[in-house]
Design a protein around this ligand. Structure first.
Ligand code: SAM
Length: 210
């Protein structure tokens, strides 16, 4: 995907990152080879850092693919934490569970196959972090749902909120772009959340619940 920052700046930001362990490296290589849209290492570090900042122990992910962002969260929550992986594709879940085993974090991850929004609906208000990375057309629906499942002081984090810059289009025709525009506008207007967008990679919205 085309970054939203200058490509030289993107390359610099990636070049200064410390090397990842062999499991994350293999996931990154697979994602590059098969064009799987993972958050990548710069955003992975942000997810880890925010989880540590609020001492998160329970994380729910909507849209986990091969489990790359899940693995960053799983390491951040530690041995006594839990991460809920969700994806609609059982093949992704199989592949992800192999990586989780190899990384030694399988016990702290619950794997759920099927619609991520439905799976979240069935949970209580209990999460320290909800991470949203499903298909973009669902973003407004995720916004109706996710806040009710977060504790106070919890974080609602969403990827791709700048959508390669397409969010700047007036009267956008594409449904994904329109969904993200609506999502961003509504999220900033929510009285019980304080939101910022980090213009890193494809844009990451971080909203803290009052
Ligand atoms: C952008 S990828 C997730 C990448 C992952 N968060 C990472 O950074 O490693 C989006 C994934 O969400 C899944 N997905 C999209 N909409 C979904 C839905 N409504 N329920 C469950 N999974 C969904 C797709 O199958 C895809 O694997």
């Amino acid at each position: 995907m085309q970054g939203i920052t200058e490509s030289a700046v993107d390359e610099y930001l990636l070049s200064i990152l410390p090397p990842r362990d062999s499991v994350l490296q293999e996931m990154e290589a697979q994602a590059a080879k098969r064009d799987i849209p993972i958050v990548g290492p710069a955003v992975g570090r942000v997810l880890f850092q925010y989880a540590r900042l609020i001492n998160a122990k329970k994380v729910f992910e909507l849209g986990s693919a091969i489990g790359y962002s899940t693995l960053w969260f799983a390491r951040a929550v530690g041995e006594d934490g839990e991460v809920f992986y969700t994806d609609g594709d059982p093949k992704n879940a199989d592949e992800a569970s192999g990586y989780f085993r190899r990384a030694g974090v399988a016990e702290r991850i619950h794997i759920g196959v099927g619609d991520a929004l439905e799976q979240l609906t069935q949970r209580q208000r209990e999460f320290d972090i909800i991470f949203n990375d499903v298909d973009k057309e669902y973003y407004p629906r995720v916004l109706d749902l996710a806040p009710n499942h977060l504790r106070r002081g919890g974080l609602f984090i969403t990827d791709n909120v700048l959508w390669s810059g397409r969010v700047t289009e007036q009267n956008a025709k594409d449904k994904d772009t329109r969904a993200i525009q609506e999502f961003n506008q509504r999220l900033y207007a929510m009285k019980d959340f304080f939101t910022t967008i980090l213009p890193l990679r494809d844009g990451l919205a971080v909203a803290v619940k009052a």
